[in-house]
Design a protein around this ligand. Structure first.
Ligand code: EPZ
Length: 420
């Protein structure tokens, strides 16, 4: 087993370059099934979730070659099965995109139910409602989702809940359907727009991604080849922005899209730290005083992202005053607060609300990552804390962050990964 050991008290300083978005790449890779051709993808994050989806796609018959650290080609022209193995798909959340892609392409899909971080119930009723609206029959039994359709016909679908997964999955299922599909009340995250941009770059006809309504005009087939670069990861960029505030440092974040970070930027300024948008793709964050308390409510984009909630919680743990976070998306995303309390924080989490009584500083302690973003938050806390912290359950962190300790080390952190 590995652990990350951090000796804290560092003010992070310097530059960091952001990688491709996990939540876009985990959808675009399955989406290449719709092409039945060869695609080159650039700025692909080299993380365990991506390795898992590549492994599943290869088991379906895809041919994948990593030609550089963050660049691969995928050839889906010889996919010979529409059954994705449960033992692999149950390892992570985004495996449900295989349903939309396989159903959209082959009118048949059998995919093991997704796993993923433990954030509470992870329902897929909106995905199923959408597939059925397109003419599919869907069954969920024995740990797998089976979807079949004689043909897929465009329809109007209103999502009861704003869902990233359902929005993307229904785009995938309707791209080759007959006629037009309208998705109302869709999610608008940057990765939704990125998936639509990718599909359009290989011949799909999707309009309105990122707005309150997405229109997909079904096409006969997609191109047999394409090249696409994954959008920079909004959440990785936000993670480093918050690490600058938590450590009272000064970090310039490169290769990001500052427009995607407006809700975070506003909150960082509100708490008394400093942000400078250099050129729309580079942002500088610095903080040399104790941040003021804040109230946060996580919301679908363009609201404050739930995936930055734990990282913001670290900053609020030592802010001046008492702060409140209302987690409106997930029912169980405050598990990290118990770990921060081991480090001297004074947080009371109850259901979807947590109260942070700001303390002067945090102290090193052995802590356990409970999910992907909680793990990143604990690293930030350890860097800012006094003393030494050991962080366990690194598999969560490795799902979504590439070389995270290397990136923090380059910013001055005293951090290393060691084998237990
Ligand atoms: C995606 O999860 C992300 N994961 C999550 O990021 C992120 O937290 C989430 O979107 C919200 O932004 C990936 O993209 C792989 P949802 P997803 O469907 O698609 C409810 C990370 O840290 N819901 O938008 O599973 C659901 O219970 C991960 O990178 C239904 O009720 O999230 C939740 O309350 C963690 N029925 C809300 O909607 C459904 O059919 C949002 O879920 C689907 C969802």
């Amino acid at each position: 087993m590995e652990k990350i050991v951090v000796t804290g008290g560092t003010k992070l300083k310097g530059e960091v370059t952001i990688g491709g978005a996990k939540n876009s790449a985990t959808a675009i890779l399955p989406a290449t099934i719709l092409m039945s051709g060869k695609c080159t993808l650039e700025n692909v994050p080299n993380i365990s979730d991506i390795k898992i989806i590549c492994n599943i796609l290869e088991s379906l018959g895809a041919k994948i070659d990593w030609i550089e650290q963050n660049k691969l080609t995928i050839d889906t022209s010889n996919i010979s099965s529409s059954n994705a193995p449960l033992d692999k798909t149950s390892k992570f959340r985004a495996s449900y995109y295989l349903v939309g892609a396989l159903l959209g392409k082959y009118h048949s899909a059998e995919v093991g139910l997704p796993g993923g971080c433990n954030l509470g119930a992870r329902p897929i009723d909106q995905h199923i409602k959408g597939f059925e609206a397109l003419g599919a029959t869907v069954e969920v039994e024995q740990g797998k989702i089976s979807a079949k359709a004689k043909k897929l016909v465009g329809n109007s679908i209103y999502l009861d809940v704003v869902s990233v997964g359902a929005t993307i999955n229904l785009m995938l299922a309707s791209v080759l359907a007959e006629g037009t599909t309208i998705i109302d009340n869709p999610a608008k995250e940057p990765h939704i727009v990125d998936v639509a941009n990718f599909l359009n770059s290989v011949g799909a006809d999707i309009r309105g991604a990122g707005t309150d309504s997405i229109k997909i005009n079904g096409v006969k087939e997609l191109k047999k080849e394409g090249t696409y670069s994954i959008v920079p990861d909004q959440i990785e960029a936000g993670t480093f922005m918050l690490s600058a505030v938590a450590s009272k440092g000064d970090i310039t974040i490169k290769n990001c899209i500052t427009k995607h970070l407006e809700s975070l930027t506003a909150k960082i300024v509100e708490m008394g730290a400093n942000v400078e948008d250099i050129d729309g793709e580079t942002i500088r964050v610095w903080c040399n005083s104790r941040p003021n308390k804040l109230n946060i409510k996580t919301l679908p984009h363009p609201g404050f992202p739930t995936d930055l909630q734990p990282q913001m919680g670290v900053v609020l743990s030592t802010a001046n005053g008492t702060s409140i976070i209302n987690e409106s998306i997930w029912e169980s995303r405050f598990q990290y607060t118990a770990e921060l309390n081991k480090m001297g924080a004074k947080i009371t989490a109850q259901g979807k609300t947590a109260v942070f009584e700001g303390v002067k500083k945090l102290y090193g302690s052995p802590v356990y990552s409970t999910d992907l973003r909680a793990g990143a938050a604990l690293i930030i806390a350890a860097i800012a804390a006094e003393g030494t912290t050991e962080i366990y359950n690194l598999e969560y962190i490795d799902r979504g962050y590439e070389n995270i300790e290397e990136k923090f080390r380059k910013l001055g952190a005293n951090i290393k990964r060691v084998k237990e």
